[in-house]
Ligand binder design. Sequence first.
Ligand code: CA
Length: 434
Amino acid sequence: MTQTSITRSWVASANGHGDFPLQNLPLGVFSVKGSAPRAGVAIGEHIFDLEAALEAGLFEGAARTAVEATRGGQLNAFFELGRDARVALRERLLELFAEGSTLHGKIEAQGAKLLPLAADCEMHLPAKINDYTDFYVGIEHAQNVGKLFRPDNPLLPNYKYVPIGYHGRASTIRPSGTGVRRPKGQTLPAGQTEPVFGPCARLDYELELGIWIGPGNEMGDSIAIGDAADHIAGFCLLNDWSARDIQAWEYQPLGPFLSKSFITSISPWVVTAEALEPFRRAQPARPEGDPQPLPYLFDKRDQAAGAFDIELEVLLLTEAMREQNLPAQRLTLSNTQHMYWTVAQMVAHHSVNGCQLQAGDLFGSGTLSGPENGQFGSLLEITEGGKKPIELASGEVRKFLEDGDEIILRARCSREGFASIGFGECRGKVLPAR
Ligand code: CA
C-alpha cells in the first residue's frame, strides 16, 4: 500500500476533517485527566495514544524504534532520529488507520484507551525547547514595518543577503490556549524624552510559521544547504506576541528583548515534512535586480521545491463578540509563499558559523504578511502603528489588543487532487496586567 493510494480511514471523523485527515498524522504530546503527558497522533476528532499502542504490540521494526523514542512526554529523541524513523512511523500509521485495515477491530475494541477524543485531552509543548530563534523572512512584513519608520528606504541593505534573525526566549513558549498576560515595561510617551513604567498599551500579535529542528549538528560544524531538509522535524503555527511600545523604546541597537520574551504561543501539533510534501512549491523568483543568494545559501533543489503553499489566517474574538454570540472576525489571510528565504536557507545560515542546532530547537519564520490589505500579519501593519483603527462587527474599534481579546491562528493546505490538511489552532487570550 503506498501513501498516495490510501485516501480514507475507518476513523469516520478523519474523512474530510479540516485539519487532521488520514493524510496529515501530526505528532503531539497530550494528557487525559490524571495521566502523565505522552505522545500521540491526531486523527480526525481523536488522538492515537502512541505509548498505549506500543504496549498493545502495534509496532515493530523501525516504526517501533520510532515510537520508543517518543516515550516520556517529549519528542526530542524522536526528532533526533530524523526522516527515516518518521517515515517508518507514518507508513505504519497509514496501515493501521486505512479503511479495511486488518487491525481496525483490535484498535477500536480498546476504545478511549488507544483513541481518546481530542476534546477530552489537554495539549502540551511537543518537545523540550532548548533554543528558540526568530527570523524575519516575511519580506512584505519587513517592508511594511520598514515603511513606517523609513518611508524612503524600508529594507535595510543586509536584508537580501542575510536571513535576519535574533535569539528569542525558549522558557516562555507555551502551547495554544495559554493565557497571555499583558506585560509591563518601559515605554517612551510620544514627545517625551524620559520613559515611563507601566502596562503595555500597544499589544500585538505576529503571524508566523514555526519550524521544529530534527537532528542537529556538532558545534563547529555547519549544515550544508543541500542537507538542511534532513534537519527539519516539522512545522507549527507561532504567535510572536509583541509589545510595540516597549519594543520601540528598547530595540536599538541590539533588537527586541522584553517586548517579545513574555510569551510566544505555538500550535501543539507537529505537522511533518511528509504530510506537507504535496504542498511544496518552487521558491518565488527574486525580483529583477535583487542579488543572488551567496553560494552557501543557494541550492537548486531547494529553489525548485523548498517553499510551501500554506494558507495562514488570523482571527480576533473580543469579549463583546463573545457576549453578542458573534463569530471570531478574520483580520488576516496570508500565505507562506511570502517568505523571502526558505526554511533550508534559515537552517544553513543559522549553523554556517558553527552554531550548534539541537533536536527540539524551534525557529519562527518572522511575520508572514502579504502585500495587500487583509493580508497583514500584525496590527502594527493593519492600523499603521495605531493611526488607522479597525472597526469590528461588534461595533468596537481596535488599534491594538485589549484585555479579553483572543487571537486565533489557523493554517490550511489545499491542492487539487489531494486531501486538504490543517495545523490545528494556535489560540491565546489577553489577560490584564498584574
Ligand atoms: Ca517575530
